[in-house]
Design a protein around this ligand. Structure first.
Ligand SMILES: NC(=O)c1ccc[n+]([C@@H]2O[C@H](COP(=O)([O-])OP(=O)(O)OC[C@H]3O[C@@H](n4cnc5c(N)ncnc54)[C@H](O)[C@@H]3O)[C@@H](O)[C@H]2O)c1
Length: 296
């Protein structure tokens, strides 16, 4: 995640009910004999888990239970992420970078951010890198090109089925992707496949994506810390500064290049198609924000 020469001290935060299971995870991690894994601490105390940490990957979240409404899920998770935000605020290193994976990831990240007022807002992100990687994989398969030839996919918005996976800037071997695939494949196959990929994996495996999500989390932190690949960008949920007409403050997925989002609107592609898609996912994020307004 941070390079082959960067030793890592890993703090694992678990709920007390899973403290035995976490010991099994510690054993497995030790048995991997990872060259860069220096030390592991397992705890149920957020103030110990986040103490002086430089990177916080917030994965633990409550899954949707039987009869649970989306709003109930939001509120249950809001409690977890407000407590973790407060702990980060109190004890994390002042340069901490926070990646929220647990769903609803964008809104959970917003909650953690609002509960950590002493930390800079731009240190709180949400994971849409898995959606980005799913987009790359779909385009690779369709075009038959090597993965390294496939660049500049963008995931806009929420990590949910309303996200907008965009190919207007994507290239394959330097050529515009939309000149190589027909627009019906883009609209009727690519977009829904990427949007629904999480549900398709749950249907096939009976459980949510695991290895691909973990790989995407490593990619996210790697590129955020060490820079995006040359000539390419990645997708990341970050605090909106109002760019592209997205309301300021909401955690929205944009293309992310180096340490800085592209701020301009130029070259945004088909103006009739994109804003509609971008607004649908924005509307959902605003509804989610409204659902947790008492906690932010
Ligand atoms: N953003 C993405 O692309 C993406 C991809 C995959 C999964 N997810 C989400 O990641 C989350 C985790 O998925 P999973 O499959 O690993 O679930 P899981 O249920 O297998 O694991 C969640 C773990 O979090 C722990 N946990 C729960 N509440 C906690 C708390 N308050 N503090 C510390 N730990 C806590 C649980 O004990 C459990 O070990 C889910 O919300 C899932 O929807 C997001």
């Amino acid at each position: 995640m941070l390079g082959v020469d960067q030793p890592v001290n890993l703090n694992l935060l678990e709920i007390p009910a899973a403290s035995a299971a976490v010991q099994g995870v510690v054993m497995e991690l030790n048995d991997c004999a990872f060259a860069t894994l220096n030390r592991i601490t397992a705890t149920s105390d957020a103030n110990e888990g986040f103490k002086d940490c430089n990177f916080a990957m917030l994965v633990g979240a409550r899954p949707r239970g039987p009869g649970m409404e989306r709003k109930d899920l939001l509120l249950e998770n809001a409690k977890i992420f407000s407590a973790q935000g407060k702990a980060l605020d109190a004890v994390a290193s002042r340069d901490v970078r926070v990646l929220v994976v647990g769903n609803p990831a964008n809104t959970n990240s917003l909650i953690a951010q609002h509960n950590a007022p002493s930390l800079p807002r731009n240190r709180f992100t949400a994971m849409t890198r898995l959606d980005h990687n799913r987009g790359l994989a779909q385009l690779k398969e369709k075009s038959g090109a090597a993965l390294e030839q496939v660049k500049k996919v963008i995931i806009w918005g929420n990590h949910s089925a309303t996200q907008y996976p965009d190919l207007h800037h994507a290239t394959v071997g330097g050529k515009p992707a939309l000149s190589l695939v027909d627009s019906s494949w883009f609209k009727d196959s690519f977009i829904p496949t990427v949007q629904q990929r999480g549900a398709a994996i749950i249907k096939a495996r009976g459980t949510s994506s695991a290895a691909s999500a973990a790989a995407a989390a490593l990619d996210h932190v790697h590129d955020w810390m060490l820079g995006t690949p040359p000539g390419d960008w990645v997708s990341m949920g970050v605090s909106s500064d109002g760019s592209y007409g997205i309301p300021e403050g909401v955690i929205y997925s944009y293309r992310y290049l180096q340490e800085r989002r592209l701020q301009h609107r130029a070259g945004i592609g088909d103006q009739r198609f994109q804003p509609r898609k971008m607004q649908a996912t924005q509307r959902e994020l605003l509804e989610e924000r409204d659902g947790v307004k008492d906690l932010i």
